[in-house]
Design a protein around this ligand. Structure first.
Ligand code: CMP
Length: 141
């Protein structure tokens, strides 16, 4: 069993896509073991995306991520990191495979509806950024 971190981003929350997105994750063997809705501060968004600081999309990305509430989740399952990325599709929705969340719902490369950790190290960092151990309800991964 593996854990990964997922965000349902402002564009998707605003369009009432929370249920549709969670359904796809669950239908693909991922179990939600922690979840909460929050509205990021600029400081939180800047820190979460610090690795992208200096890139031309960084500032608009931060502004977008603080534009409305998000749902943050910990997902658990076999190969959860790769599975979540497969179900999401690639960052740019115009290049995402048919039937993926981003191909079906994302608005643009920035407003791309979901985030998923890209490695075990990112998953550990991102989960710890938003959740304490006792907020995670699954069996130990
Ligand atoms: P995410 O998986 O959350 O990781 C970084 C985010 O930056 C990405 O999804 C997009 O929302 C955004 N992003 C990445 N590349 C670009 C780009 N070229 N132009 C605009 N936004 C981008």
């Amino acid at each position: 069993m593996e854990r990964t971190f997922s965000i349902i981003k402002p564009d998707a929350v605003q369009r009432n896509l929370i249920g549709a997105i969670l359904q796809r994750l669950e239908n693909n063997g991922l179990t939600v073991v922690a979840a909460k809705m929050l509205h990021l501060s600029a400081q939180q968004a800047e820190e979460f995306y610090a690795e992208h600081k200096g890139r031309d999309f960084y500032e608009p990305l931060v502004n977008y991520m603080i534009s409305g509430p998000i749902i943050v989740q910990v997902l658990q399952g076999e190969n959860a990191i790769a599975k979540n990325r497969e179900v999401m599709g690639v960052t740019d929705p115009s290049k995402a495979a048919q039937g993926t969340i981003r191909a079906d719902y994302a608005l643009s490369v920035r407003e791309n509806s979901v985030h998923g950790s890209d490695s075990p190290e990112s998953a550990a960092r991102e989960i710890a950024f938003f959740f304490t151990d006792n907020e995670i309800c699954g069996r130990n991964a």
